[in-house]
Design a protein around this ligand. Structure first.
Ligand code: HEC
Length: 128
């Protein structure tokens, strides 16, 4: 197994703990839902993940249908921080960060589109 794959497996094991861990995660998740809207606004990305899913259809060709890429040249986006995702997509759209193959897919996105797409990818699991 390559070193990068071993790292991914460790990460996914941490994210998919045993039963007791699952209960703890569930309790935490339920508790955090109550605070989620406030947190999302505080982070500066208040995207609509459902709308983002439709807008991200064109991204799947490279970043994978569930945001997990199978090509080492294309980063996985699933589970990434929404603020980070939105910032990077804006940088690509505005030509500050350059990736010629991706530029055509992001150049016409509005700020709202970007927040929606970022919210969508942030919700996906990096360990499908
Ligand atoms: C043709 C393939 C392709 C398509 C389609 C594509 N991307 Fe990308 N994307 C890339 C590549 C390649 C990179 C890595 C660029 C680099 O090395 O800096 C990237 C990087 C990114 C990053 C930065 C990830 C990070 O960890 O820094 C984000 C965010 C992103 N893409 C979002 C999108 C979104 C949103 C769409 C659809 C609107 C999209 N991409 C469509 C190829 C693609």
């Amino acid at each position: 197994m390559k070193k990068s794959e071993a790292g991914k497996e460790t990460l996914c094991r941490r994210l998919n703990p045993g039963l007791s861990g699952r209960i703890a995660v569930t309790v935490l998740a339920v508790a955090s839902v109550a605070f989620l809207p406030a947190v999302t606004v505080a982070q500066g990305v208040a995207g609509d993940a459902a709308a983002g899913k439709a807008k991200a259809a064109v991204c799947a060709a490279c970043h994978g249908p569930a945001g997990v890429s199978v090509n080492p040249a294309w980063p996985s986006l699933a589970g990434q921080q929404p603020v980070y995702l939105a910032k990077q997509i804006r940088l690509f759209r505005d030509g500050v960060r350059v990736e010629p193959t991706m530029q055509p897919f992001v150049q016409n996105l509005s700020d709202e589109d970007i927040d929606d797409i970022a919210a969508y990818y942030a919700e996906l699991s990096p360990c499908p």
